[in-house]
Ligand binder design. Sequence first.
Ligand code: ADP
Ligand code: MG
Length: 312
Amino acid sequence: RTVLRELTELMIKNPDISPSETLSDTDPSVFHKRYLKKMRDLGEGHFGKVTLYLYDPANDGTGERVAVKALKQEDGHVPDGWMKEIEILKSLYHSNIVKYKGCCTELGGHVVQLIMEYLPLGSLREYLPKRKLGVPQCLMFAQQICQGMEYLHSKRYIHRDLAARNVLVENDNLVKIGDFGLTKYIPEGEIYYRVREDGDSPVFWYAIECLKESKFSFSSDIWSFGVTLYEILTRCDHCQSPPAKFFEMMEGSQGQMTVMILIKLLEKQMRLPCPKDCPHEVKILMQQCWAAEPAQRPSFRILIENFEAIRR
Ligand code: ADP
Ligand code: MG
């Protein structure tokens, strides 16, 4: 018993020593906090904060760079959605979806951090304004997003937060969908998910039925893809961002009424304008993504076929 007490005391004094250590040492998805060396902040969204770390168990600077996502609020309370986000990302394997690497758990088993691969070029929002991308490359990225999304939908998940800020850039020829914070599973036989939480939602990317009835479906992801396609073709220019453009259309009224005015606008068939160098066929696709009737919108499969044809 004294041995046990001594061990417990030791663990309290030095939380990094734990009996499970020898087991977890061989599990590549278990990351130990003490080997994570902070390099810099990568970005912040509504719920999470993403930081670049060097994971360096040998302690000689030879480790690998990883992106670590932690919850912003650190009051010890772990929301349900957080573990779900980790579980979902863990189950996804696709070349256009950011790779899950593992977790980092604190003593007591909570405050987990999500470890994923680091994409050096950041999100499309950081990448696009800095480059002078031609239309063909924009369309290649758009098609890759569709490929990742088609896979996600095939697993019966809806993303609910597709936007340029949530698409990461690996290199000039490859993008991956990141951030599965709002992703929901749609059970077989059902077609939509109704939100209950009333968070800080990305309303300008939302389909009209999401704004009116909080109904999220595979088709509402298509609408958000249309907005993401618009962002790509405007090269994420701040002055032409979806919020900026919709506020222009709303003629200055802001605040509490925003969503109501936005709904009125969309009901009058008003949509984001066609980006400057957007090819006609792509403009048609974008407008189909924004059809008022969800059933009229194309699927990601149809979008991929269209992009293949347009890019030929
Ligand atoms: P949130 O759920 O809070 O929106 P995100 O997962 O979207 O968090 O991450 C916020 C930002 O951090 C992104 O817009 C991007 O700039 C950066 N980021 C996220 N993941 C990575 C990654 N794996 N590699 C590089 N940058 C990343
Ligand atoms: Mg995000």
